[in-house]
Design a protein. Structure first.
Length: 278
């Protein structure tokens, strides 16, 4: 087995599944996703953060390793953060992902992931894994130099970088190299959409609340176009990024798969590739 093939297998083996906390998703996960797969649960301003936390608690009780997203701008300061830490501690949840989030912060809320992480660092907490966001295809409103500097600033508190959704393998490879040259050495997970059926992706918006549906469709319309574009293939991207992952100095350790709640299809795709079928 070549180094690239071994790296691809490692990325697939250590892939985790991102889900949206809808009413039916837990049954889908239980029916299709092996217990040794890490499941991350998104947070959205369209629903209370409690929906994310409760979904994480139930899946953790079912035996999964879970990673709730603690969107900083949805959390009302240190007091609420402390309550969340206590709740996750009681649930035996030891991993979190801390994005800034899409919400406009209300009075008293954190304004950035860095602010939340600074507060969290002064608390007793159980989190051995703390993820922060990376932007291989650039942030829509923040310059690349600023986002990479933010990763440098957060490295004291974070244990991994989770990239947002990316389609450009060559650009992602350059981004990984740039992060490493900046001196940020924590492991990276590459965000990749799985084998999403476009018709199901389009209807996903209606399952996450009316308000969020409009926001989801507007925000992700570029994603729809790129997934549906001729020639797009998660296998092709995976093969190319595995060349980067084959270099141990790059510390690309796994995939963060955006399932759009198509967990059965995503698991079948992963099984096929691990069996040598792609």
């Amino acid at each position: 087995m070549s180094n690239t093939d071994a790296a691809r297998r490692r990325l697939l083996t250590h892939a985790r599944f991102e889900i949206l906390p809808t009413a039916t998703i837990e049954d889908k996960v239980l029916a299709s996703v092996p217990l040794d797969t890490t499941v991350t649960i998104t947070a959205s301003p369209a629903k209370p953060l409690d929906v994310t936390l409760a979904t994480a608690e139930r899946l953790r009780a079912a035996g999964y390793a879970v990673v709730p997203h603690l969107a900083a701008r949805m959390i009302h300061g240190r007091s609420e953060l402390g309550e969340i830490v206590d709740r996750l501690t009681a649930a035996r949840i030891d991993s979190i992902f801390v994005p800034g989030g899409d919400a406009t912060p209300e009075e008293g809320c954190y304004h950035s992931a860095a602010d939340l992480l600074d507060d969290l660092a002064t608390m007793t907490h159980p989190f051995s894994t703390i993820g922060v966001t990376g932007y291989p295809e650039s942030h829509p409103t923040i310059h690349d130099d600023v986002t990479i500097q933010a990763m440098w600033d957060k490295r004291r508190h974070a244990t991994q970088i989770v990239s947002n959704m990316t389609f450009d393998a060559a650009g992602t490879a350059k981004w990984v190299e740039r992060v490493r040259k900046r001196g940020v050495g924590i492991p990276i997970l590459i965000g990749l959409p799985g084998p999403v059926e476009r018709t199901k992706l389009l209807t996903m918006g209606t399952k996450v609340g009316v308000g969020e549906s409009l926001r989801f469709l507007n925000k992700q319309k570029g994603v729809f176009a790129r997934i549906a574009a001729p020639g797009y293939s998660p296998e092709s991207f995976l093969h190319k990024i595995a060349r980067v992952a084959a270099d141990p100095e790059m510390k690309v350790e796994g995939l963060h798969l955006f399932t759009f709640n198509q967990v059965a299809e995503t698991q079948a795709w992963r099984d096929r590739l691990l069996a040598g079928g792609g």
